[in-house]
Design a protein around this ligand. Structure first.
Ligand SMILES: NC(=O)c1ccc[n+]([C@@H]2O[C@H](COP(=O)([O-])OP(=O)(O)OC[C@H]3O[C@@H](n4cnc5c(N)ncnc54)[C@H](O)[C@@H]3O)[C@@H](O)[C@H]2O)c1
Length: 311
């Protein structure tokens, strides 16, 4: 990136938009937040002021708008609205109408097709997926996804921007539904739900097994490096007898459908796999953020000290 970034325009002041704004502001990038809901913008402003002090917002580095303004060429636009193709397309069309032909536009979709989101764009070559993880100001990885029309220069620009934010961009070769992280997360959850449905294990025991075995190992090594260390012949021997027994349903689990139909949505409704009250939620949120920071620091230190999977 040769020119300094004039402003980062974040569209969608929801869960992700707020942590994206924190990330940009922590790196001293001016932020404009756009959301059609004034209440979402107010909540976002309050959270930003709480985090960075009122001084920052007053200095004009952060502003909020319900409508678009014309943006300069060196702004970057991050689309982070509701995960709905029609809404995202409409937002991208508005973005294109309010920026220069070369302005970088990235979408934070969790797994919708980049080509489908970019359909109808005048300049689809400057659209890329940049899938952040929640909270975006903390989690290092960002999946970078090209569409069929995305140029190499756009991917390079996206990665340079992300690296400048202290992120670890990882580029996919093509866009597939769910990209990499959500495909793997859902493959794991499909098996977890199947094990619960079959009564093989209870929720507490399942979480205990996964967290303190695969979980702690994955914090330090990706699954492929971990398997290299374990031996691929051993993995193959297990795969030969196990796969015929693994869950391979093409529809969401019955248990999950039932829970959601009953309003059992997890912490936000007080009941999911576990029971939740406000105190437990607060404790967990605080503990998770604090612990994540420490785990990330350990994982980064491991990488720095040479455990980086040279091929
Ligand atoms: N929540 C996560 O853990 C997570 C993680 C990674 C990526 N994502 C992705 O990030 C995106 C946003 O997710 P979220 O969890 O922040 O959603 P959210 O529902 O919390 O927020 C979405 C915001 O978009 C706004 N919006 C909707 N239509 C709009 C429009 N036309 N113009 C302007 N604003 C509009 C809504 O008012 C709302 O404030 C989604 O694509 C989601 O898949 C979410």
């Amino acid at each position: 990136m040769t020119q300094p970034i004039e402003r980062v325009v974040i569209v969608g002041a929801g869960t992700m938009g707020v942590t994206l704004a924190k990330l940009m502001l922590a790196h001293r990038l001016p932020v404009r937040m756009i959301d059609k809901q004034a209440t979402a913008l107010e909540a976002c402003r309050r959270e930003i002021e709480r985090t960075f002090s009122e001084h920052l917002a007053a200095a004009g580095e952060f502003d909020v708008q319900t409508h678009w303004s014309q943006e300069g060429e060196t702004s970057i636009i991050i689309e982070s609205v509701t995960e709905n193709l029609a809404i995202k397309r409409a937002v991208i069309a508005e973005a294109e109408a309010h920026c220069a032909a070369t302005t970088l536009i990235v979408t934070n979709t969790s797994g919708l097709s980049i080509d489908a989101i970019g359909q109808g764009m005048r300049h689809p070559e400057r659209l890329a997926g940049a899938h952040f993880f929640n909270p975006a100001d903390l989690i290092p990885a960002v999946e970078v996804i090209p569409g069929a029309a995305t140029t190499k220069a756009t991917i390079h620009h996206t990665c340079t921007f992300l690296t400048g934010l202290g992120k670890r961009p990882a580029v996919l070769n093509q866009s597939v539904p769910g990209f990499v992280a959500n495909r793997i997360q859902h493959a794991i959850m499909r098996e977890c739900l199947s094990l619960l449905e079959k009564g093989v294990v209870d929720a507490e025991a399942l979480d205990e097994i996964v967290q303190f075995s695969i979980g702690v190992r994955l914090a330090l090594n990706g699954p492929l490096m971990q398997r290299d260390l374990n031996g691929l012949d051993t993995h193959l021997n297990i795969a030969r007898y196990l796969y015929e027994d693994l869950e391979d349903t093409h529809t969401p689990s019955r248990l999950l459908e039932e829970y959601v139909a009953q309003g059992r949505l997890g912490a936000k409704t007080g009941q999911g796999f576990y029971s939740w009250d406000d105190a437990r939620i607060k404790r967990q949120e605080h503990q998770t953020r604090d612990s994540l920071e420490r785990i990330i620091a350990v994982a980064m230190e491991e990488k720095r000290s040479g455990n980086d999977g040279e091929r």
